[in-house]
Design a protein around this ligand. Structure first.
Ligand code: BG6
Length: 293
């Protein structure tokens, strides 16, 4: 990884450092050290693929609202801060460069430190590799237990995709899959819809979901293929009207232009023995327009 690229860290909102990862095709990914959080992804044509709230905080102790928040070691509520601490920790950029295969790559690391040990008494090393080409973004997520005892964790990518119009947006690939609905008392059910549309608050986990789902942004006539490996579950989330109003860092109408399709080990924790490493990945492929089918 080239030193040249490391010196390309820029100061973003509130002076917080971020990397502009550029691919020769013109595709670009902006990643903050705060949370190793990708906040903007533009494809080779300059189309913006991630949602970022105009009201997001950009502050050291608060997560960024939008982009790709990193979930670790907890998902949702629990003894730790919601969705864990990785999204509010400052990560280290290990390197960024063009790879031999022609992708632009950036590698970030987070290790246990005094703050994380206070919250979660385990030694670990996380590595995230972002691989960018013209129309695709691959994110490799490695979790290593660097301590002497086993631990359990959940991990994931809480990706906020942009949508031209949520009422024309759908997710397919989950029909026949069981789900647990976090709304209304965690009811379980089986998905029957080939195309899941959004017309109300949605907050569901699909455990053991298929490897691939397709997000269609009908308003833009574009689709995004979301593929995962080493990650069991998918969560679909849209806060809709009332919850949007309750969220301090989210505009009242912004629910119309986003949907989260989250990939990860979000339901059952993964047990990792001392010295072991767990690898997972998500590949986002923005290559196809709906009219090409
Ligand atoms: C989703 C959860 O993954 O994240 C929702 O299922 C939650 O219940 C949402 O509201 C956003 O969480 P946060 O902590 O970023 O506001």
């Amino acid at each position: 990884m080239g030193e040249k690229q490391l010196s390309k860290l820029k100061h973003g909102i509130n002076g917080m450092p971020y990397l502009e990862l550029r691919h020769p095709s013109g595709a670009q990914l902006d990643i903050y050290l705060h949370g190793a959080h990708a906040v903007a992804w533009r494809n080779a044509e300059g189309r913006s693929l991630l949602f970022l709230s105009q009201k997001s905080f950009f502050e050291p102790d608060r997560p960024i609202r939008g982009g790709i928040p990193i979930v670790f070691p907890q998902f949702g509520d629990g003894p730790l801060p919601k969705h864990g601490f990785a999204r509010v920790q400052t990560w280290t950029l290990l390197g960024a460069d063009l790879s031999d295969k022609g992708s632009a790559e950036a590698v970030f690391e987070l290790k246990d430190n005094t703050e994380t040990i206070k919250l979660w008494p385990h030694k670990f090393r996380l590595e995230l590799v972002f691989r960018l080409v013209a129309e695709k973004l691959e994110i490799l997520f490695s979790v290593q237990n660097t301590g002497q005892t086993d631990f359990e964790f959940k991990n994931g990518l809480h990706t906020y995709f942009s949508s031209a119009d949520i009422t024309k947006t759908s997710v397919s690939g989950l029909a026949g899959n069981d789900y647990i609905d976090f709304l209304g008392g965690k009811t379980a059910g089986r998905e029957t819809r080939e195309k899941i549309r959004f017309d109300r608050e949605t907050d569901r986990v699909y455990p053991s979901a298929p490897q691939m789902v397709v997000l269609e942004d009908g308003g833009n006539r574009q689709k995004m293929i979301v593929e995962k490996g080493g990650m069991n579950d998918i969560v679909l989330w849209n806060p809709w009207i009332e919850k949007s109003r309750r969220m301090e860092d989210f505009g009242d109408d912004e629910y119309k232009n986003m949907v989260c399709v989250e990939t990860g080990n979000l339901r059952q924790p993964i047990r990792l023995a001392a010295g072991e490493k767990h690898l997972s990945e998500t590949c986002l492929d923005a290559c196809s327009s709906i009219r090409e089918r």
